[in-house]
Design a protein around this ligand. Structure first.
Ligand code: ADP
Ligand code: MG
Length: 140
């Protein structure tokens, strides 16, 4: 039987301490609504950390007057998340085309990690909004 979707929505100012609080609250929300295995939880923590840090650092340039918005939906065995920043975006098409070169550098691991640990990642045309979908395994 299909379950009702549960939504968690949050906005926070561009600060890495705030971001860590938000990640904690997000994981609490997931745990309150679904019993997941430890691997999915640690994957989600990592992906949220990388993508929210990109929104704070690259998107909003740590400007505390700018917010990061996140919406996470839990439905059946799927988690979908949308993260929006108030920055200028970036040319993710060119970035993704150079995807295979990134392992040579220290930077450029965040998006790669998100792609590896989720089932789909998509940007809006500007590049200031990223969505991911992850299929999770309930801990039954
Ligand atoms: N929200 C964003 N706004 C603007 N640029 C971004 C955003 N997210 C990612 N980027 C760009 O994509 C690059 C790759 O991101 P990522 O894979 O997380 O590596 P890193 O953050 O270590 O550079 C960043 O260096 C940045 O240029
Ligand atoms: Mg990054």
């Amino acid at each position: 039987m299909n379950s009702k979707p549960k939504t968690f929505q949050v906005a926070f100012q561009s600060d890495l301490f705030e971001m860590k609080n938000v990640i904690g609250k997000t994981i609490n929300f997931i745990n309150e609504n679904k019993s997941l295995n430890k691997n999915d939880i640690s994957d989600l923590k990592l992906v949220l950390h990388e993508l929210l840090a990109n929104a704070v650092i690259h998107g909003n340039k740590k400007n505390k007057k700018k917010n990061v918005y996140m919406q996470l939906k839990l439905k059946d065995n799927f988690i979908t998340t949308k993260i929006i920043d108030e920055g200028k975006g970036f040319d993710y098409v060119t970035h993704m085309a150079k995807y295979n070169e990134h392992h040579l550098k220290d930077s450029g691991r965040g998006i790669k990690l998100a792609c590896a640990l989720t089932d789909s990642v998509a940007f809006n045309s500007l590049g200031n909004e990223i969505k991911f979908l992850k299929k999770v395994k309930p801990n039954v």
